[in-house]
Design a protein around this ligand. Structure first.
Ligand SMILES: NC(=O)c1ccc[n+]([C@@H]2O[C@H](COP(=O)([O-])OP(=O)(O)OC[C@H]3O[C@@H](n4cnc5c(N)ncnc54)[C@H](O)[C@@H]3O)[C@@H](O)[C@H]2O)c1
Length: 264
């Protein structure tokens, strides 16, 4: 990806939910270490400021934009923030997302709307804003989906539907954005340690640590859970020139979970 603002200027990426202690933080850190200017968009003021300060303390280039991605003007304001701090936007990572484990009969309209608003409406609005801002010389978008887009479990109807939408959004956006030189790809993580995840597992398992201990044995081919930084490395690849021939694709990073028909 060439930067229209000059070969020596660092490129700028917006990471939604980029303050998170799971995938979001891993993506922000890996991209900042790779030389990107990282605009972290998150509603968690404390964690966002702390991460931004931590990365800046290592001489890395980040700025924190406190915002709720479901607010209608949030995406345009985040792009304007990136432009005023770093001179433009070259890439976007749609990471902010919330989970839900609940029987379909118990899901209220408000809960349904909220999860679609965070997991689907916001990536759509952020992608639209980024597409209008990314220079004609090209850029890239990475959407964070989930293995629940491919196969799912009891209680995940609404969450799985949002991640299925992200998978389709990726392909459709790639088609619209290809002629503009913008590549769009999707990463489907399996189980990656995060505070949000522990909270969801608690809904169906009394002992979260015991459940996690057996998860890799039952549900993965590989011994270790994917880490937030490993997801960040995959995002880094998709944003790099090494991926300049790849668009409209989805890939799972799940230790083999989605390759199995049954539990081991
Ligand atoms: N962790 C996993 O196992 C896993 C697996 C598959 C997919 N995912 C997806 O990866 C993404 C990251 O999940 P994670 O669990 O790693 O969490 P994370 O560590 O990336 O944290 C999510 C961040 O999003 C922020 N956020 C939530 N709602 C927001 C809103 N309305 N506005 C602004 N910020 C908001 C939170 O404050 C938090 O900092 C999500 O899209 C999730 O669905 C996660």
């Amino acid at each position: 990806m060439t930067n229209a603002r000059g070969a020596t200027a660092a490129k700028t990426v917006i990471v939604t939910g980029g303050a998170g202690e799971g995938i979001g933080g891993g993506v922000s850190a890996v991209l900042a270490e790779a030389g990107w200017n990282v605009v972290i968009v998150d509603l968690d003021l404390e964690t966002g400021r702390a991460l931004s300060k931590h990365l800046a303390g290592q001489g890395l280039s980040t700025a924190f934009f406190e915002a709720d991605v479901t607010m209608p003007n949030c995406a345009d304001e985040a792009v304007a923030f990136a432009q005023s701090n770093f001179g433009g936007v070259d890439a976007l990572v749609n990471n902010a997302g919330i989970g839900m484990v609940k029987d379909i009969a118990d899901v209220s309209d408000e809960e349904y709307r909220r999860i679609f608003s965070v997991n689907v409406d916001a990536p759509y609005r952020f992608s639209r804003a980024a597409v209008c801002a990314i220079p004609r010389s090209g850029g890239a978008i990475v959407n964070i989906g989930s293995v629940h887009a491919l196969a799912t479990l009891a209680g995940y109807t609404v969450y799985a539907a949002t991640k299925g939408a992200i998978d389709s959004l990726t392909r459709a956006l790639a088609i619209d954005c290809g002629p503009r030189g913008i590549r769009v790809n999707c990463i489907h993580p399996g189980l990656v340690p995060s505070p949000q995840n522990r909270e969801l597992i608690r809904r169906f398992a009394d002992d979260v640590d015991a459940w996690l201990d057996t998860y890799t044995l039952r549900k993965q081919l590989l011994a270790n859970l994917p880490t937030p930084r490993q997801v960040g490395e995959l995002v880094k690849f998709f944003l790099s020139d090494a991926a300049s021939a790849i668009t409209g694709q989805s890939i799972a990073i799940d230790g083999g979970t989605s390759a199995m028909l049954y539990e081991r």
